[in-house]
Design a protein around this ligand. Structure first.
Ligand code: AMP
Length: 388
C-alpha cells in the first residue's frame, strides 16, 4: 500500500511517500513559505492547494504510474475525543476544527491540509493520527492541574501531552530490543529534539508526560522555557507585556537559545568544549532538568526497566546523553563510554553491563508510524481488502 504522510503546518507542508509493506520511503520533501509574498509582492505558493499541486508534481516520478492508496495526517491535537487513528470524513474534520482553540497554531493548518487533499483527490481515504493520542491513558492524578474545576470544564485546561506518536513507536522498539512484550514495558522515553518531552511508560502505556496543556511545559527545549513559576507570567503582564509578547518570549526566545546563545546542541557542545561559560550553563540547566524528570518518572512507573533516548539530540548527542547519565548515577545508571560515543542509526544499548537500568538509543520515525497506522485503519475499513 502506498501511503502519503502529510505534516501540514500554517506555512509549510512536509510530505513522505511510503510503500508500507516494503517499509520503504519512495519520496519526501517540504513545500514552505506558503502564503508568503516573494520580492515584488507575488505569492509563489498562495495556499495549501497550490502546495499540494507542487507535491503532486514532485511525486510523479516516484509513483511511476501507481496511485496513492491513502493519506495519513499528523494532527497535533486530538483533545479528549481522539485516541486511535481515525478514517477522516466531514464530521471528523469538523471535530478536529473544533479543537482549534487548544492548538491555535497547528490544528487549523492540519485541517487546511485535509481539505486540500479531499478537494484534489476525493477518492483517496485519509486518516488522522493524533500527537496527543498515546497520552490518553494518563490517569487523572497526572493530567489534572490543581486549579478550580471550571478551567477544565469550560476551557478544557488539563495536561494533554504531545510527541505521542514518537513516544509510542520508540517504546515499542525499545521493548523489542530488550526482548520483552511491548505490553510489559516499563520505562522512561526521552524525545529530545527542538521540542523535547519525557514520557513515563508503564505496561506499554503512557502514564505521565512532561508536556501539558501545550507543548511549552516540562523540559528545557531549543527555544522553549519548559517549566517556570506561573507567577512570572503574571509579573510580566503587570510590567505591561501583552499575551502575545509573553507567548513569544517563552516559546521562541527561551530555552537553550536564551541560556547558551544557540538552540542547536552541536553548537552548544562545541562552544562548551572551547570553554564558553554560557554554553556550559545551558547544558548544565538542561541536563539537570531532564535528570530530575527521569528520577520522577522512575518512581511513577514503579521502577524503569529502561531509559530510552530519541530524536535529534537524543539520537546524536553522546555528550548530552553523558551529562544526563552522570546525574543518574544515584539510580545505578552507568554508560559504556565506547558504545555511547559510537555513531549508528540502529536501535542500541549505550549502557554498561553493570548498569542497574539499561540506557538505549532508539531512532524515532514518526512518518513510518503514521504510515503503518494509516494502512491499518484503511485496511480495516474496507474489510481487510486493499482499497484498490
Ligand atoms: P529534531 O527536532 O528531532 O529534528 O532535532 C533537532 C535538534 O537535534 C537540533 O536542533 C540539534 O540541536 C540536534 N542535533 C541534530 N543532529 C545532531 C548531532 N549530530 N549532534 C548533536 N545534536 C544534534
Amino acid at each position: 500500500m502506498l501511503v502519503l504522510v502529510i505534516n501540514s503546518g500554517s506555512s509549510s507542508l512536509k510530505y513522505q511517500l511510503r510503500d508500507v509493506a516494503a517499509g520503504e520511503v519512495l519520496a519526501e520533501g517540504m513545500v514552505d513559505r506558503i502564503g508568503f509574498p516573494e520580492e515584488g509582492g507575488e505569492l509563489e505558493v498562495p495556499d495549501h492547494e497550490a502546495a499540494l499541486d507542487l507535491v503532486d508534481a514532485a511525486l510523479h516520478e516516484a509513483l511511476a504510474g501507481r496511485r496513492i492508496d491513502a493519506v495519513g495526517h499528523r494532527v497535533v491535537h486530538g483533545g479528549e475525543r481522539f485516541g486511535d487513528p481515525v478514517l477522516i470524513d466531514n464530521e471528523i474534520t469538523r471535530s478536529i476544527e473544533r479543537l482549534n482553540p487548544l492548538a491555535p497554531l497547528h490544528n487549523p493548518a492540519n485541517v487546511l491540509g485535509i481539505r486540500a487533499i479531499a478537494d484534489k483527490w476525493p477518492d483517496v481515504p485519509q486518516v488522522a493520527v493524533f500527537d496527543t493520542a498515546y497520552h490518553r491513558t494518563i490517569p487523572e492524578r497526572a493530567w489534572r492541574y490543581a486549579v478550580p474545576d471550571w478551567l477544565y470544564t469550560r476551557h478544557g485546561i488539563r495536561r494533554y501531552g504531545f510527541h505521542g506518536t514518537s513516544h509510542q513507536y520508540v517504546a515499542g522498539r525499545a521493548a523489542a530490543l530488550l526482548g520483552i512484550d511491548p505490553a510489559a514495558f516499563d520505562g522512561v522515553v526521552l524525545h529530545l529534539g527542538n521540542g523535547a518531552s519525557a514520557t513515563a511508560v508503564q505496561g506499554g502505556r503512557s502514564i505521565d508526560t512532561s508536556m501539558g496543556f501545550t507543548p511549552l511545559e516540562g523540559l528545557v527545549m531549543g527555544t522553549r522555557s519548559g517549566d517556570v513559576d506561573p507567577s512570572i507570567l503574571v509579573f510580566l503582564g503587570r510590567l505591561g507585556m501583552t499575551p502575545d509578547e509573553i507567548d513569544d518570549l517563552l516559546n521562541r526566545e527561551s530555552g537553550l537559545k536564551a541560556l547558551g546563545g544557540s538552540n542547536d546542541m552541536r553548537t552548544l557542545v562545541e562552544s562548551a568544549e572551547r570553554g564558553d561559560a554560557k554554553a556550559r550553563r545551558a547544558l548544565d540547566v538542561a541536563s539537570y532538568r531532564l535528570a530530575k524528570y527521569v528520577g520522577a518518572y522512575h518512581v511513577a512507573v514503579g521502577g524503569a526497566r529502561a531509559i530510552v533516548f530519541t530524536a535529534g539530540i537524543g539520537e546524536n548527542s553522546s555528550v548530552f546523553r553523558g551529562l544526563v547519565a552522570e546525574r543518574l548515577g544515584a539510580l545505578g545508571v552507568v554508560l559504556d563510554a565506547a558504545a555511547n560515543a559510537a555513531r549508528s542509526s540502529e536501535p542500541r544499548a549505550v549502557s554498561a553491563a553493570e548498569s542497574a537500568i539499561p540506557v538505549l538509543v532508539v531512532p524515532t520515525d514518526e512518518e513510518r508510524a503514521i504510515a503503518e497506522a494509516t494502512a491499518a485503519v484503511v485496511t480495516a475499513a474496507v474489510g481487510g481488502q486493499m482499497p484498490r
